[in-house]
Each structure stands twice: as structure tokens, then as C-alpha cells.
Design a binder for this molecule. Structure first.
Ligand code: BG6
Length: 476
């Protein structure tokens, strides 16, 4: 066995999010959030992207988030399973509307705070460090209906109040924080990403970038508050990562790939470097985007993050003649098909070397520690005649990606930790399916919401336990 490239104290674990795991959408004083309005089925994409307004639930539709995998009632059993694998970090998110049901109240809901204190204390009981996202695809619906969500400047104030509540209420339990999950997804899935819905004929890019500005200011303000509340707090930004490759070495294709990368990295450029990057001036002018800034915004943006976190599922590919007909959004962000890489059952690329490339690019650009907080293979699992789930395809995906991350560490990049996505099966963000499974732990529930919700260890559970025990030295 070769020596492990992973440093002592490297954090190993897995990730979930409140909106895809907790369920209990109407319990504990929680208010409705954006994800609660996104149905399974034909209307999902239009609602997720803000093209179809959905402010009321419909009787004849199924909303997978309402029960999800019932983490709300089963977190003790679930965290015990994570501890059994040897996790030293567990990523989850706080549902903003459990703490502020409407989002604009002055005082938080005590029941929501008590729930998360219990969850984080349960992690600590096992020596697991919670890694907590403040906003993972769930904006309180009241803020969407009354204020237009992040298009409205008032959101900065509401988010700052919510963030301060979290930092104060969970001080001593949580040290690692992320502000907005996959902040760049606001551009690609505006309702699920940021609670945005559009009016007919609106300049959608203008709305999206103004909302982005508000989120960036709110994120920087939250970072400042986190450090004021406790200087030990470590705050990260979070990118839906994956570099764009040019389809060919034609200069026009290379330029197209660079522009595509900038579109996503714009957010992290601001959060990690503390100012709008110079290229935005021309890009915004050409797109007719004018950002309304308040005095003091540029100063607030200087509160940069402590580390850069990101998700990585696959690399992407672009060319100068890329258009809606030759590209697809299998992995939310539109990409050309790359003939050199294989794809998953859902058409998502599989490119471990792309992870090393992405990590090198990010460290070259930001010079801040990285944290890979989502990575994994969504696949269908079968229970065999012996009652086992032999998910060797998942092991193989994870093995290759962990190896690539190890190579990036050998390249000289400081990496804080790794949390694979959906360490326990949960609802898919893109499709609303349960059958797109990522977990080491199987959950008995189908795409229509039927099942006992019982948990079951998969073959990958035992494999990952061994990986963690060997600090990544044994990936066999
Ligand atoms: C990321 C999200 O985009 O990818 C998660 O942060 C999401 O919320 C994950 O679940 C995997 O995507 P999907 O669509 O397979 O659930």
C-alpha cells in the first residue's frame, strides 16, 4: 500500500442537505420554502428554473421534499451510521424557514434552533465536525411572494439576521460554515437556486445578476459576522465546480471555454478575492446588465472567505458554436458532450482527472485551502437475493475521484476534507427521484414516495469505512 497523500487530520465524511433529507415540511413551526413547491414530474423543470410560477401547492401533485427521507425524525439513527463509517465531518444545511418561518421576523423560532442544536450535538458526541450550509436551495416562500426573493435588496438584511442567529445559537458546536450552496446555480436554475421567478419579457440576466450581487453582499456580511461572533469560525464559499474544456484547440473554442469558466467562477472570484473581477465590466456592458450597488457594498465584499469549497461531479466542454441544440444540461450547467469521457445512467460525465485539473486551477486562482464538499455517482441500486446491495460501480467512481484528489494534494494543494454527496440516499435535486441514489446507506423509498424508509448498509459502506480508517491510504 502506497503512503497516503492525505495529511493527518484530513476530514472525511459525507454531505446531505435539509431540503432533500429532512422532510417534516410542516412540522416544528417550519415555514414553506422554495423546494417545497417543486413537484416531481412534468412541471419540475419549469418551476425549478422560475419560468413557471408556483406559489400554491396543488392537490394532484407529488412533492418529494415534504417527507424526503425523514431525517428530521431519524437523524440519530443516521448520524450513528455515519459514525460507524468513521466520519470526522458531516455536512448538512439549516432550513432557513425552520429558524425564520417567514424569513422577515425579528426573532427566531425556538423549536427550529432546538432541533439543529440536537443534530449538531449528536455529531459532536461521535467526534464528528458539522459542516453547515446556511442556504442550500431553500428560500422561505414568504420572501419569494412578498419581496421577490434575492432580486430585492432587503434580502441582505434578512439573511444577515438569520446568519447571526445561526452563528450565535450554534457557537461551540459548529466551526465550519458555507454561506450559499453552489452559488453559481442561481444562473442555471434560478428558482431552486435563489427563489427567482420571472415575468413575461423581463431581462432575465439583469434580474439574475442583481440577485447575485445581493447574495454576494449577504455572503460577505455573513462571513464578517461569523468572524465577529467567534474568530475560530471558518467560512467557505461553494461552487458547482468542473472546468470547461475547449471542444478543440481552435482558438475560438478555447476562448469560449474560458468565458464559460468565468461565468461560474465570477461568484468565487468575488467571494475569495473580495472585489468584482475586471472582466465583468465588459461582459455586463455587452449583456446590458447594470448592477445597482449601495454605498459600502464594495467595502463589505472585502470580507473574503477562509476556504473555497466546491462540488465536483464532472468536467464540462464548450465550443464557439455551442447552442441549445448541441448541448445539454445533464449536470445543471449546460455542456457539450465530451466524446473522451463516459457518462452515468443520467448522462452525467465521469472524469476523475477533471477533478485534479479543476482543483489545480482553483488553487492557482485563489490560493486558499480547498474543501471538496460534494462528489459522487447517482445510480440505480438493486437489492440481490441475499438482501445485499453490491454497488461496485459507486465504489469505482469514488475510488478514482479520491485518488485524483490525492494527486491534487501531491501537486501541493492544501485540502481540508472530503464529503461525498448523499452519503445516505436522498431526493435528487434535479429530478426529484429517489432512484438516483448516491448513498453508502440505502433508504427504502421509491420515486412516488412509497417505502418503509428503513436504512440498509451497501457494500460501499464497508469500503468507505476502510478508506477512512486508512486515511485514504487503502482505496482497494
Ligand atoms: C448538487 C447539489 O448540485 O448536486 C445537490 O448541491 C444535488 O443538492 C447534487 O443533490 C446532485 O444532483 P442531483 O440532481 O443528482 O440530486
Amino acid at each position: 500500500m502506497a503512503a497516503s497523500p492525505f495529511p493527518d487530520g484530513f476530514l472525511w465524511g459525507g454531505a446531505i442537505a435539509a431540503n432533500q433529507a429532512e422532510g417534516a415540511s410542516f412540522e416544528g413551526g417550519k415555514g414553506l420554502t422554495t423546494v417545497d413547491m417543486i413537484p416531481h414530474g412534468a412541471h419540475r423543470l419549469a418551476v425549478k428554473t422560475g419560468q413557471e410560477k408556483r406559489f400554491q401547492l396543488k392537490e394532484d401533485e407529488f412533492y418529494p421534499s415534504h417527507q424526503a427521507i425523514d431525517f428530521y425524525h431519524r437523524y440519530k439513527e443516521d448520524i450513528a451510521l455515519m459514525a460507524e463509517m468513521g466520519f470526522t465531518v458531516f455536512r448538512t444545511s439549516i432550513a432557513w424557514s425552520r429558524l425564520y418561518p417567514n424569513g422577515d421576523e425579528m426573532t427566531p423560532n425556538a423549536e427550529g434552533i432546538a432541533f439543529y442544536r440536537d443534530v449538531f450535538a449528536e455529531c459532536k458526541k461521535y467526534g464528528i465536525e458539522p459542516l453547515v450550509t446556511l442556504c442550500h436551495f431553500d428560500v422561505p416562500m414568504h420572501l419569494v411572494v412578498e419581496y421577490g426573493s434575492w432580486r430585492n435588496r432587503k434580502m441582505v438584511e434578512f439573511f444577515a439576521r438569520y446568519a447571526r442567529t445561526c452563528f450565535e445559537a450554534f457557537d461551540g458546536l459548529v466551526k465550519y460554515w458555507l454561506t450559499f450552496n453552489e452559488i453559481n446555480i442561481l444562473l442555471h436554475s434560478p428558482f431552486s437556486g435563489a427563489g427567482l421567478v420571472f415575468e413575461e419579457g423581463e431581462h432575465q440576466e439583469q434580474v439574475k445578476y442583481q440577485a447575485a450581487h445581493h447574495e454576494l453582499v449577504a455572503s460577505a456580511l455573513a462571513t464578517k459576522i461569523a468572524h465577529e461572533v467567534n474568530p475560530e469560525n471558518q467560512v467557505g464559499c461553494m461552487l458547482a465546480g468542473g472546468n470547461f474544456y475547449p471542444r478543440t484547440c481552435k482558438p475560438e473554442d478555447v476562448w469560449a471555454a474560458l468565458q464559460k469558466d468565468r461565468e461560474n467562477l465570477f461568484f468565487i472570484d468575488v467571494q475569495a478575492r473580495g472585489a468584482y473581477p475586471s472582466y465583468t465590466k465588459r461582459v455586463f456592458a455587452e449583456k446590458g446588465i447594470v448592477i445597482a450597488k449601495e454605498a459600502g457594498d464594495d467595502q463589505i465584499l472585502k470580507n473574503t472567505v477562509d476556504f473555497v469549497s466546491f462540488s465536483y461531479y464532472a468536467s464540462r466542454c464548450a465550443s464557439a458554436d455551442m447552442n441549445d441544440n448541441n448541448s445539454s444540461a445533464a449536470n445543471i450547467v449546460k455542456s457539450l458532450k465530451n466524446p473522451h469521457i463516459e457518462v452515468s445512467e443520467w448522462g452525467w460525465g465521469i472524469d476523475p482527472l477533471g477533478l485534479r485539473i479543476t482543483m489545480n486551477m482553483m488553487y492557482d486562482r485563489y490560493q486558499k485551502p480547498l474543501f471538496l464538499v460534494e462528489n459522487g455517482l447517482g445510480a440505480k441500486d438493486e437489492i440481490n437475493a441475499q438482501g445485499e446491495i453490491i454497488d461496485d460501480y459507486r465504489i469505482s467512481y469514488l475510488r478514482e475521484h479520491i485518488h485524483a484528489m490525492g494527486e491534487a494534494i501531491r501537486d501541493g494543494i492544501p485540502v481540508i476534507g472530503y464529503t461525498s454527496w448523499g452519503c445516505i440516499d436522498l431526493v435528487s435535486a434535479s429530478t426529484g427521484e429517489m432512484s438516483k441514489r448516491y448513498g453508502f446507506v440505502y433508504v427504502d423509498r421509491d420515486d412516488s414516495g412509497n417505502g418503509t424508509l428503513d436504512r440498509k448498509r451497501k457494500q460501499s459502506f464497508w469500503w468507505y469505512k476502510k478508506v477512512i480508517a486508512s486515511n485514504g491510504g487503502d482505496l482497494a
